[in-house]
Design a binder for this molecule. Structure first.
Ligand code: HEM
Length: 112
């Protein structure tokens, strides 16, 4: 079970890097694929985060702070919504919003 949990944390970190990469790609280069990178990475964050919570609860891998997880979930849903809007009509402000929210979630994960 530990190896699966570690694999999910690994993918969770890839998703985090992907969101920031998509945000920077869009803001710095305007690459047309940036909104897809941003949205797909935010979905990866959502899915791996939920699986991590599910695994931690079912396999009794330690106590999770449910308020913290709830805040992270809300912020991530906001990133996904902004990511969808940004895919429909790419805009610098939307990319920046998604990037800032992702950084906020890193802060919640690390400092809370
Ligand atoms: C933009 C979205 C997200 C970012 C940037 C993010 C960031 C991080 C980071 C940096 C870590 C490693 C640090 C730590 O272990 O405390 C982490 C771990 C974790 N995240 Fe996320 N996260 C996001 C979304 C989510 C979501 C939506 C959930 C669940 C609903 C979630 C649940 C978790 C869990 C369970 C861990 C493992 C904690 C542990 O093993 O101690 N994350 N996240």
């Amino acid at each position: 079970m530990d190896i699966i949990y570690s694999a999910l944390v690994f993918l969770h970190m890839i998703g985090l890097a992907g969101i920031l990469a998509g945000f920077l790609m869009q803001v710095m280069t305007g690459n047309a694929k940036s909104p897809k990178v941003l949205l797909h990475s935010s979905l990866l964050q959502l899915v791996t985060g939920l699986l991590l919570v599910g695994l931690a609860e079912t396999a009794d891998l330690g106590d999770l702070n449910h308020v913290k997880v709830g805040v992270k979930l809300l912020v991530t849903v906001a990133v996904v919504v902004v990511g969808v809007l940004n895919l429909r009509r790419p805009a610098r402000n939307l990319a920046v919003t998604a990037g800032v929210l992702a950084v906020l979630n890193i802060g919640v994960a690390v400092f809370w």
